[in-house]
Write a protein that binds this ligand. Structure first.
Ligand code: NDP
Ligand code: 8X3
Length: 249
C-alpha cells in the first residue's frame, strides 16, 4: 500500500500545495483543517488518494483521539506534516492581545505536540515514519511584533531537535522546515486581518511560494531512508537578516 501522509492545515497555502504535490507523487494523503468545504473541494480535485478529515488543532480531545477516529484503512499514518499554524497581530508585547497569544500557543504549540504524540507510537511500532514540521525563520531571528509567534516557532524548532534524540535507534525521521518570507498563502491575511495590508507585505518582493515548500517537502521525504534532514532554513533571495539594532541617545 502507498505511504500514508497526514497534512494538518491543508485547506490553504503550504498545506494545500503539499497535499496536491504528495498525491501527485503517489502518496495517500489525509488532508485536515477546519474548513470542510475546502477539504471537500480538494478531495473532488484529487480523487480517492485524498481523504478529507475535519480537525481543529485546538480541540485537544479530537486531536488526541487520532488515529482511532480515522477510517480503518487510513489509520496507519506513516508521515505527519505539522503545518497548521498561524500568526496573529504584529503589536508589541506590551500591547498585544492575550487572546491572540493563547490561540497561537494552542495551535502552533499545543496542537502540534498533541498530534505528534498521538501518531508517533504507531510509527515507532512499525519502525517506519517521518514527522516534518513547519517552523519559521521567526523561531531563530527576532523582529518587532513577532513576540509569541516567534517563540512558538522556536518551540517547534527545539521540539523537533529533541524528537531526533528520542527517535534515535528507530527508522522514524524528524525534520524542521524553517521558511522566511512566503507569499501565495493566507498567512498575512490571517495575521493582519486586512487583505489590502496583507497584499502590501509582498509589494516589490519575490517571496517563496507554497509550491516551493511542497517541492522541499517532497525532496525531504523522497531521500533514502538512512538520510535524515534535521532542519532546513530557507529564505527568498530578496531576504536576509538585518542584524542587530541600536538606539542612541
Ligand atoms: P495559511 O494561513 O495559508 O494556512 C494555514 C493553515 O492552517 C490553513 O489550512 C488553516 O486551516 C490551518 N489552521 C489554522 N488554525 C487551525 C486550527 N485551529 N485547526 C486546524 N487547522 C488550522 O498559512 P501558510 O500556509 O502560510 O502557513 C502554514 C504554516 O507555515 C504555518 O504553521 C505558518 O506558521 C508556517 N510558516 C508560514 C510562513 C509564511 O510566510 N507564510 C513562513 C514560515 C512558516 P483552517 O483555517 O481551514 O482550519
Ligand atoms: C512566517 C515568516 O517572517 O512573517 O513565519 O515570521 S515571518
Amino acid at each position: 500500500m502507498a505511504t500514508t501522509v497526514l497534512v494538518t492545515g491543508a485547506t490553504a497555502g503550504f498545506g494545500k500545495a503539499i497535499a496536491e504535490r504528495l498525491v501527485r507523487d503517489g502518496y495517500r494523503v489525509i488532508a485536515t483543517g477546519r474548513r470542510k468545504e475546502r477539504l471537500d473541494e480538494l478531495a473532488a480535485a484529487l480523487g480517492p488518494a485524498l481523504l478529507p478529515f475535519v480537525l481543529d488543532m485546538t480541540d485537544s480531545a479530537a486531536v488526541q483521539a487520532l488515529p482511532g477516529s480515522l477510517p480503518e484503512d487510513w489509520r496507519q499514518v506513516d508521515v505527519l506534516i505539522n503545518n497548521a499554524g498561524l500568526a496573529l497581530g504584529l503589536d508589541k508585547a506590551q500591547q498585544a492581545s492575550v487572546e491572540d497569544w493563547q490561540r497561537m500557543i494552542a495551535t502552533n504549540v499545543t496542537g502540534m505536540v498533541e498530534i505528534t504524540r498521538a501518531l508517533l507510537p504507531g510509527m515507532v511500532e512499525r519502525n517506519r515514519g517521518h514527522v516534518i514540521s513547519l517552523g519559521s525563520t521567526a523561531g531563530t531571528y527576532p523582529y518587532l511584533g513577532a513576540n509569541v509567534y516567534g517563540a512558538s516557532k522556536a518551540f517547534v524548532s527545539q521540539f523537533m531537535r529533541n524528537l531526533r534524540c528520542d527517535l534515535l535507534g528507530t527508522h522514524v525521521r524528524a525534520t524542521n522546515l524553517e521558511p522566511g518570507l512566503c507569499g501565495g498563502s493566507e498567512f498575512s491575511n490571517v495575521r493582519l486581518r486586512d487583505d489590502a495590508k496583507a497584499a502590501a507585505v509582498y509589494d516589490g518582493t519575490h517571496p517563496i511560494q507554497p509550491e516551493d515548500i511542497a517541492e522541499t517537502v517532497s525532496w525531504v521525504l523522497g531521500l533514502p531512508a538512512h538520510v535524515n534532514i534535521n532542519r532546513i532554513e530557507m529564505m527568498p533571495t530578496c531576504q536576509a537578516s538585518a542584524g542587530l539594532a541600536v538606539v542612541k541617545g
